[in-house]
Design a protein around this ligand. Structure first.
Ligand code: SF4
Length: 707
């Protein structure tokens, strides 16, 4: 602050992530946006939450505090689906775990309130966004109140926050008290008292907290209403009553950014690196994932049930212009560490490069219909030429050797594209041996619950991909991602999946147990036992033993899974799969110690097509949105440097400039120089979403969701 000549910040942003000034990080986007509007913002990253001194490091801000847990919900960041602590945190220097508290938004909010009793506190980011109303919390296995109430905050901004944060900042700067800022779309506020709702207009009353806690079906009903009011054009104001005359009011979603605004946000003067304070620890692992990747779009009309992305970013696609993306690529080529490989050009779903249809731009998205399920809507424009041409233009830039698409693609969307243009471009130039897709299951019953296309669509895509690859002289294969124990999956469907795996000829290395992260449709099913769209009962695998069996079935070749697989087959009445026949999954006797290991694992390799089995690891991956990292692994691309190499590179000064450092880990940025704080909203999730690399950023996808 001294270096900038500031005596006070306008806002102090407190964040659970370390500071990376890059447009894949919500904190960087929001703070840069505020800076561009003339506000001085200080950032305090990963403060010591055991005492108030850490959040006082930059003094009292003039207008208020902004609080975010970071790019992921802190509970997803901290715990596996089995509720065991993770040992790494990709958003912390050196990947060290333990730098933020559980339920970070709540903890930081209350910490600030203890010291700054009357200062406005505005919470945002993925954790706040997906917990904005009453929600099921998997880790405590119960319903929790809106995080607005538990965090002692004054206002909550949900979804993409560029518009709403500026509106709130301008209102505060104009002298409006925070309790009067009730008019901002994309915000949630609280009112109380006998006449509390007198000034709330045109709203829909949700079931009350008392109703929700008395009857789980009331939560399913409430969730369905919320899902139907996520559109910025047709969404209504929602009111959730709490005891003692308290009401939480959710305003309609913020208006999506135009292409010009998307370009502007993407091209703010980011330092495009972590703060130099982190060099000694080896930097921020999540940054390695996205350093040479480009976000081209936001939002998703895929609406997989296990994904919260539409609930966070919305169904309406927001895209950058080709020119802006080209400019960013050219910027990458000037990075001294750029080796010629752009690792990704995509978003939550890479091949969604325009809104699903023109009707939704004026009338909003359909309330009671999904765009891609049960089949592709006939009003949808499925031509993918623009994305194909973008990829072609990028790979022809001087200095670019190869452009990869690591964000997932929706294969049903591509199948609906009558032209082969995109697919041919993809398999010829943007895939290296394997195309990773996320069918998630093979049982049509389970796929229906997931909101995914039928198995025949996946099979047809695989046939088309391999046929076209062969026509171009390429031996390339599709590698599927699968989810076990998703709502709707009984042991019968789990065995059906194992048989499909057998017929594929290799064992998937990536298997994800269903993870009930906040505010997904599938999580609502997990808690209530019904599909909120129909209120029909849905089977929920809850018993840990059954879940272990369902998971083991997918990797039935692993010797360590033998007992579980045998038990599962007996339970399903499928002893016919125990024996020596070619269709049997296991033999009647367990493998001898040390035997069979080389047959397990597998994956994307030529072995897949020949029926040979390769090695696999069976590592956990977040069932995250398609986003980054679901894509196509490329062995030809140099892997991110290890920690020692990063340190060495950091010391040699090979990187861009970064914001100035404040005291005690706090950083300041603001007018007039670049470097800002902030981030209530998440842009394309930076790291987070990548299952493989544990890059779980954009939890729109956090922890869950591929497409
Ligand atoms: S008309 Fe079809 S593509 Fe358009 S919003 Fe409705 S379901 Fe989606």
């Amino acid at each position: 602050m001294d270096a900038r000549g500031w005596d006070q910040c306008d806002f102090v942003y407190v964040c659970g992530d370390a500071y990376v000034d890059h447009p894949s990080f919500g904190m960087a986007i929001i703070t840069r946006v505020l800076e561009a509007h003339g506000y001085r913002v200080g950032v305090i990253c990963q403060p010591d939450w055991t005492g108030p001194a850490s959040i006082s490091a930059l003094g009292e801000p003039r207008l208020g505090f902004l609080v975010s847990a970071g790019n992921m919900d802190s509970m997803v960041n901290h715990y596996t689906v089995n509720k065991k602590p993770r040992h790494e945190d990709a958003y912390t220097p050196g990947g060290r775990a333990g730098a933020r508290p559980n339920r970070a938004v709540t903890v930081y909010g209350n910490l600030i309130r203890r010291t700054f009793k009357d200062k406005p506190i505005i919470i945002g980011g993925i954790e706040a966004s997906l917990r904005r109303l009453a929600h099921y919390d998997y880790w405590q296995d119960k319903l929790k109140r809106s995080v607005l109430l538990d965090s002692s905050a004054d206002l909550l901004l949900y979804g993409m926050g560029e518009h709403s944060i500026v509106e709130v900042a301008d209102a505060l700067a104009a002298g409006l008290p925070i309790e009067q800022i009730t008019f901002v779309n994309g915000s949630v506020y609280r009112v109380s008292g006998p006449q509390a709702l007198d000034n709330v207009y045109d709203y829909e009353l949700l079931p009350s907290w008392d109703d929700l806690t008395a009857d789980r079906l009331e939560y399913a009903h409430s969730f369905n209403i919320q899902q139907q009011n996520m559109d910025p054009i047709t969404g209504r104001r929602l009111v959730e009553p709490y005891p003692n005359g308290v009401y939480v009011v959710q305003n309609p979603p913020a208006v999506p950014l135009t292409t010009a605004e998307m370009d502007e946000v993407a091209e703010l003067p980011y330092a495009r690196h972590w703060h130099p304070d982190y060099d000694e620890a080896g930097g921020i692992p999540a940054f390695d994932e996205i350093r040479f990747s480009i976000s081209s779009n936001r939002g998703c009309f895929g609406e997989c049930s296990f994904c919260a992305l539409a609930f966070h970013q919305g169904r309406m696609l927001q895209v950058r212009s080709r020119e802006s993306i080209i400019r960013e690529a050219e910027l990458l080529t000037r990075d001294p560490e750029f080796k010629g490989y752009i690792n990704d050009v995509g978003g939550p779903t890479a091949n969604f490069f325009k809104p699903a249809c023109t009707k939704q731009l004026t009338h909003g998205v359909c309330k009671n219909r999904r765009c891609l399920w049960p089949s592709v809507c006939r009003n949808m424009d499925t031509n993918e030429d623009a994305y194909a041409e973008l990829l072609r233009d990028l790979r022809q830039l001087p200095g670019v050797k190869k452009v990869f698409v690591r964000s997932g693609i929706r294969f049903d969307y591509t199948m609906a594209d009558a032209s082969d243009k995109f697919l041919v471009e993809l398999l010829q130039h943007h895939v290296s041996g394997q195309l990773r897709l996320a069918p998630e299951h093979v049982s049509d019953a389970v796929l229906s619950v997931m909101g995914k296309p039928r198995r025949e669509v996946y099979d047809a895509f695989v046939e088309r991909f391999e046929r076209l690859s062969a026509e171009y002289g390429l031996k390339q294969y599709v590698v599927p991602y699968l989810i076990s124990s998703h709502p709707g999956s009984t042991m019968k469907e789990a065995v059906e999946l194992a048989e499909a795996v057998r017929d594929m000829g290799y064992m998937p290395e990536q298997v994800q147990d269903f993870y009930p992260t906040p505010s997904t449709m599938s999580t609502c099913m997990f808690y209530t036992g019904v599909d909120p769209r129909t209120m029909e009962p849905v089977y929920i695998p809850r018993d840990p033993r059954e879940k272990a069996m369902q998971r083991a079935l997918i990797q039935y070749r692993k010797p360590e899974n033998y007992k579980l697989v045998k038990e599962a087959l007996r339970k399903a009445g499928r002893e016919d799969l125990i024996g020596y026949g070619s269709k049997c999954l296991i033999r009647p006797v367990p493998p001898k110690p040390g035997a069979g290991g080389k047959k397990t694992g597998a994956a994307p390799s030529k072995a897949g097509a020949t029926g040979k089995r390769a090695k696999g690891s069976g590592t956990e991956r977040p069932q995250c949105g398609a986003g980054r990292g679901h894509g196509n692994e490329n062995p030809a691309v140099p892997q991110p440097q290890n920690r020692a190499e990063r340190r060495a590179a950091a010391r040699s000064g090979k990187k861009g400039s970064a914001p100035t450092t404040g005291r005690g880990g706090a950083m300041q940025h603001g007018r007039p120089s670049p470097g800002t704080p902030g981030g209530c909203a998440t842009g394309k999730s930076a790291a987070g979403t990548n299952p493989h690399a544990r890059n779980r950023a954009a939890q729109g996808r956090q922890g869950a969701n591929r497409h």
